[in-house]
Structures are given as C-alpha cells and as structure tokens.
Design a protein around this ligand. Sequence first.
Ligand SMILES: [Zn+2]
Length: 319
Amino acid sequence: MHPWIEPQLVWKNGVVLHKDQTRAEVIEHYNQREIRVRVTGSRKKELLAVVTHELTKIHQSYERLQYDTLVPCNCEKKCRNSQTPYSYPLETLREFLDDREYLIQCQKSRQMVDVRRLIDDVLSQEIETEEKYHLRPDRPPTPAESLQRELEQAREKSLNRQARQSSMTETTTRDLVLISYSHKDKKWFDDLKTHLEPLVRGQNLKIWEDTQIRPGAIWRDEIEKALAAAKVAVLLVSPTFLSSKFINQNELPVLLDAAKTEGVHILWVPLQASNYKATAIEKYQAVYPTDRPLKQITAAKRDTAWVEVCSNITTAMSR
Ligand SMILES: [Zn+2]
C-alpha cells in the first residue's frame, strides 16, 4: 500500500490520500461509471494534479477505456460548498474556450460561471509526462511536479526498489513531431495520430500535441520545451485554425520563428478550403494539394492522403 494512503480509510471503492495537511478522497462510483476526486487542504491543487495524473496513467494503460473528465461547478449560489455540485464535461469547457465564450451557465443555480476559472481549477497545475519532462530538465519543477515526484519516491521506497536513475542526464535529440490544430478539428488530429502510430512505435518518434487549453504562461513554457526537441511541426489548417486568435497571436509566430532560426520543418495539411494565402503559412508548401483539402475527399482517398502526410513527416524527420 502506498505510504500516503490512510490505512483506516481504505474501503472497497475508495481511498483517502493524506499528505502535508491535504487530503484527497478518491471514490469510484461504479453505478454511475465515474470516479470522483475531492480535495481539501493547503496543497489541494497540487494533490489534485497528482491524483489526476495517476488516473490518466491508469486510463492510458487500458487502451479502449473511454472516459470523460468532469469539472465541478464553483458558483457561489449553490455549488461552491456543495457535496453534489453541478459538473461540466471538460470537453465542453474547451469548446467554449475555443469559441471564446467565457461564461457558462450552472444548471443548478442558473448562475453564469467563468469558464477560464473552472478550467484553471483543474489544469493550472499540469504535470509533465516523463516523456515531456526530459525535454528541458533545467526548468524548475512546478509545485505539482514536486509533489508528483515525492509521490513517486515514496512509492519506490515502499516497494523497496532502488531509486530509479533519473532521465535528467539524457541528451535532448530532436525526435519530436509537434502537431498544432484547432480543437474543433480534434477528430482530424485523431486520424493523423492513428496513422502515425506505427511510426511512433517503430521509429521512436514522439508526438507533442498542442491543445492550446493551458493558461498562457504554462503553454509558453511547454511549447518552448517542445520546440527545443521538435524537428517537424505539422499544422492542420482549416478556417477555424486560421481564425483562432490564440493560434495567430501565439502559436504561429513561435512556430514560424523556430522554422527560421532552429530549422524546424513546417508541414501543413489543408483540412478544408481556407484563406491561407492571406497568412504567413502561404510561404510554406502544403504536404497535400490545397485544391483537394482532406475534408472534401472520400474516406478512402483520405487514408491515402494521411499515409502521404506521414511519409512526408518521416522524410522531414530524417533530414
Ligand atoms: Zn453551480
């Protein structure tokens, strides 16, 4: 049993974790098919991030497990101190952000709630996966990452294992494919990812996806790390992609600058007819003919197109 688990507080469907005056209660509600996590105490954001990170790892080890992340409402009228607050699917909150809709209505109190603050509650303390972490080992860890590391150390001790050699000494090689897309085109990103999977496995290629939902400072830090390890940046271009303020003000300038100064190859895929000619993307060659955008061709042709895109990525990676 993990040393942070309170032995008297383990029951069939749940567990209480206790660390530095902070408690997390993790309960599986089997009938509702959900896991509820509640945290209290001084380091609750960090502990929540650690629990979420661990749950994500568990989810990812069951490939076909579908899951949604629900974010509890924080409205003052009803939910803030409630045991049963209203909850929003994280996916929906992301869509709101994409559309620059910053208010969402609580269905219990009818109060309007700030979407950014809801997301901030769950995401401001993201934890790097190990894969991402070794990209820039000199960066100081966030509080959540420190806690995550403490958890891992405690776990190792309790298992009486030798401390793992940290990956910090590894040198950074450019083996990363950075993929940028509008959240509305997520389905298309998933298609590409599926097609890339054999290359990820066979050629040790890594994918970094920019979901653009992190608060600015964290995003900036992460993209810098990603760029330091990226060899290829793939842009999934659609009108939504081009109209996104975030993409245009933050992401594109950073990517195109890295293309100039660090030799990151820019490959862009036309998903839909768009006014790309009015943007800086114009200067870069599309990896698939712009008069045959992927959303306009048949599914069979689209697979061929994705294979072609993948082969372009492989070529760019080996350059
Ligand atoms: Zn509410």
